[in-house]
Design a protein around this ligand. Structure first.
Ligand code: ADP
Length: 260
């Protein structure tokens, strides 16, 4: 039977938990799935959780950049990878650091599955919450997750416009078929505050994700505005959630719902 979302939350709160895997997915690329993963991880760590991030986005591994660890190589003991300790109290393993930066990957399904296994079955130590930044869509990595490393729940990120939401719905459907509860939907790039005049505009529409969540009967976890400061901080390996910036607050509010 599919566990209720509330059970997933209780499990997250419990003191002695087994490692909980939370998948972060999206229908499309470029909607901010990696940015959300990084900042949720940092916010959860700030709230006292032991957090690890698996960057499983084979096609665009961006966690090393987001955490500022792109110059570090992962170590291994025998076949077991040792996660990189980031300066934000979050441990990290990334597909991007298993391969040379800038090289395209033309891996076949079984190889992707094997690499994913190495990342997830690594020496995570006392990590209790493992966030997995998935590639966009519904491909080999998602299938391997469902078959071998079933997440306790999945978070889905979308921008507000219809096209992105259609794909997000498809991504969500795959988890439902795999009996993974949807923790909730997050709307990113939701409203743009003009740095010059302060007026809010909605380049991708407004509120689409929340009404989609309502229609689909899944929780809506919150929205993150389109904000240049988020992009700038992210590009320099300084997640907004780590630095007490106002831009970190939406992420902290979403993280709170994961552990409350
Ligand atoms: P995905 O993982 O879905 O492909 P990313 O997290 O890599 O998306 O984000 C794509 C780009 O958009 C990055 O340059 C990132 O800094 C930027 N970005 C993401 N979310 C926001 C936001 N809320 N405001 C401004 N820029 C954002």
């Amino acid at each position: 039977a599919v566990p209720e979302v509330s059970e997933v939350r209780v499990a997250l709160m419990a003191d002695k938990v087994e490692r909980r895997i939370i998948a972060v997915g999206s229908g499309k690329g470029g909607v901010g799935k990696s940015t959300l993963t990084t900042n949720l991880a940092v916010a959860l760590a700030n709230a006292g959780r032991k957090v690890g991030v698996v960057d499983a986005d084979v096609y665009g591994p961006s966690q090393p950049l987001l955490f500022g660890t792109q110059n570090e190589k992962h170590r291994a003991e025998g076949q077991t990878l040792i996660p990189t300790e980031t300066e934000f109290g979050v441990k990290l393993l990334s597909m991007g650091q298993l391969i040379e930066p800038g090289r395209a990957i033309a891996w076949r399904g079984p190889m992707v599955g094997q690499a994913l296994g190495q990342l997830i079955e690594a020496d995570w130590g006392d990590v209790d919450t493992l966030l997995v930044d998935l590639p966009p869509g519904t491909g080999d990595v998602q299938l391997t997750m469902l078959q071998k490393f079933k997440p306790a729940g999945a978070l889905i990120v979308s921008t507000p416009q219809d096209l992105a939401l259609i794909d997000a719905t498809r991504a969500m459907d795959l988890f439902r078929q795999g009996e993974v509860p949807i923790i909730g939907l997050v709307e990113n790039m939701s409203g743009y505050i003009c740095p010059h005049c302060g007026e809010t505009s909605n380049p991708f529409g407004h509120g689409g994700t929340e009404s989609a969540a309502q229609g689909l009967g899944v929780p809506f976890l919150g929205r993150v505005p389109l904000d240049m400061a988020i992009r700038v901080a992210s590009d320099t390996g300084q997640p907004p959630a780590a630095n007490d910036l106002p831009q970190g607050q939406p992420f902290a509010a979403i993280a709170e719902q994961l552990s409350a």
